[in-house]
Design a protein around this ligand. Structure first.
Ligand SMILES: *Cc1c(COP(=O)(O)O)cnc(C)c1O
Length: 466
């Protein structure tokens, strides 16, 4: 595995899975075992060559971390212990408390803030929003839920919010009708004035404004809402402020980027991912909650089989199962603890700054090519751009860029992902990759222009694709 990591740059960023491999992976359940050696051989042949590609230096799709060699060893250490971090007396439980304290400190939360490690940003958002609604929905959610609510609890976010926000509203029993998407203004940031208007209008109409979701790094363009302004609105109007900082929250580790997250420390709850810009192996995320008592009250359950024994293992120092939906839980904190210890916070700050500088470099390459167009501001690590041909209609350009992206993937050159900005199909690079170097972005730009020119030449007026 370490040799595989060492040679990662020599392989394609991604490669299509051959039909033979797909067929081999659609196999019947093995009633008799082939033994570990043969099972391993099959892993090497069928799985190892065809991953998503996010450990590759030219993978910038969606938002995915790159992992580290030490992370591989950390996973092995955790798997050896096979720890179950519920809340009994064990060192991994103490490590999780320690990691939560570290993260609270780094994010500007008070030392007595609560927190729990979860699978990632989606569940961190679910937990944070769940706690916020427990506190501010005007309903006794634990006792009666929302059944019989005369005033619908309302959640506010900008249209740039990640889809996990809307899904949390659904899972928590509110549904899409409780999610109010407020318009953004310049730069894809929520318009605080429009937010206040929406809150007042809903309240006047008999609803119960409960919770605001702020973005610290939106998934499409890396935009930051004005979190200080959102904290002011939340305070004045009596709403909970949850911040989705899945990747962007960690930009606070880079001294030069700290202004972006100003106000984040005033949030009631904060979601952040550790498997994105902290590069611990997938999966690991964290939710922090300022008010520890409210956090616990949201999930607290009882059972004689988990009662405090007064000694031995069954002494509840911190029952993590009272802070989230899981009972059995892996020792995610241990790999975070190991990684922060081994590399130190400053190294992560430098690496994050490097990715942000690389995004600026890519944006400059785009700006200085007359056949490329930048489609959104670049406040952090995400660059949205496209290849253009003079005189081509919008739909033809959209299709051309879609075909460029597919070619980049299928030829294993690089993995950007895509989004639409306005009506425009964008190639989107989200740079959370400690293996990328400046020449990787040179190679990307060169390939986009070459492939674009070639495809356009094959179809000179875009006629076949309009
Ligand atoms: C990635 C991401 C999420 C979801 O996090 P997962 O770890 O994939 O569950 C939520 N919000 C934002 C802004 C993200 O980038």
């Amino acid at each position: 595995m370490l040799e595989y990591l060492r040679s990662v740059r020599d392989r394609p960023a991604w490669q299509p899975i051959p039909d033979g491999v797909k067929r081999a992976l659609d196999e019947p359940v093995p009633l008799g075992g082939v033994g570990p050696w043969e099972a391993y051989q099959q892993f090497v042949k069928l799985v190892l060559p065809y991953p998503l590609g996010n450990i590759h230096p030219r993978f910038w799709g969606w938002v995915t971390g790159t992992g580290t060699p030490f992370g591989v060893l950390a996973e092995m250490m955790c798997a050896t212990l096979n720890a179950n971090v519920t809340g009994m007396q064990s060192a991994p439980a103490l490590v999780e408390e320690c990691v939560v304290r570290w993260l609270a400190q780094l994010m500007g939360f008070p030392p007595d803030a609560s927190g729990v490690l979860v699978s990632g940003g989606s569940v961190a958002n679910l937990v944070g929003i769940g706690v916020g609604l427990h506190a501010r929905s005007g309903m006794d959610v634990a006792a009666v839920g929302y059944v019989g609510a005369t005033r619908r609890p309302m959640v506010y976010a900008s249209a740039e919010a990640h889809f996990s926000i809307g899904r949390a509203a659904r899972l928590l029993g509110l549904g899409d009708a409780s999610l109010r998407l407020v318009p953004s203004r310049d730069g894809f940031r929520i318009d605080p004035a429009a937010l206040v208007t929406a809150i007042h209008r809903d309240r006047d109409a008999g609803a119960h404004p409960s919770l605001i979701v702020g973005n610290a790094g939106t998934v499409r363009t890396g935009a930051f809402d004005d979190l200080s302004a959102l904290a002011d609105v939340a305070q004045r109007e009596g709403l909970w402020l949850h911040v989705d900082g899945a990747f962007g929250a960690l930009s606070t580790l880079a001294p030069g980027l700290a202004p972006l997250t100003r106000g984040m420390e005033r949030a009631d709850s904060l979601a952040l991912d550790l498997h994105k810009w902290l590069h611990v192996p997938i999966d690991a995320g964290c939710v922090l909650v300022r008010d520890a008592a409210v956090h616990r009250a949201t999930f607290a359950v009882t059972g004689s089989y988990v009662a405090d024994l007064g000694g031995g293992l069954a002494v509840s120092t911190n029952r993590f199962t009272e802070l989230g939906p899981q009972q059995s839980r892996s020792a995610r904190a241990v790999k975070v603890w190991l990684s922060l210890k081994a590399h130190g916070v400053r190294a992560f700050g430098r690496m994050i700054q490097k990715n942000v500088d690389q995004a600026q470099y890519l944006a400059q390459l785009v700006a200085s090519s007359d056949d490329l167009e930048l489609l959104a501001p670049v406040p952090l690590n995400i660059v949205c751009f496209r290849y253009i041909r003079p005189g081509w209609p919008e739909r033809a350009l959209g299709d051309l860029n879609r075909r460029i992206l597919i070619a980049l993937h299928e030829r294993g050159i690089a993995v950007p992902s895509h989004t639409t900005i306005g009506e425009r199909f964008a190639l989107r690079c989200a740079i959370t990759n400690h293996r990328s170097a400046a020449y990787d972005f040179d190679a990307l730009v060169r390939s986009v222009r070459e492939i674009g020119a070639q495809l356009a030449q094959d179809d000179p007026i875009g006629a076949g694709i309009v």
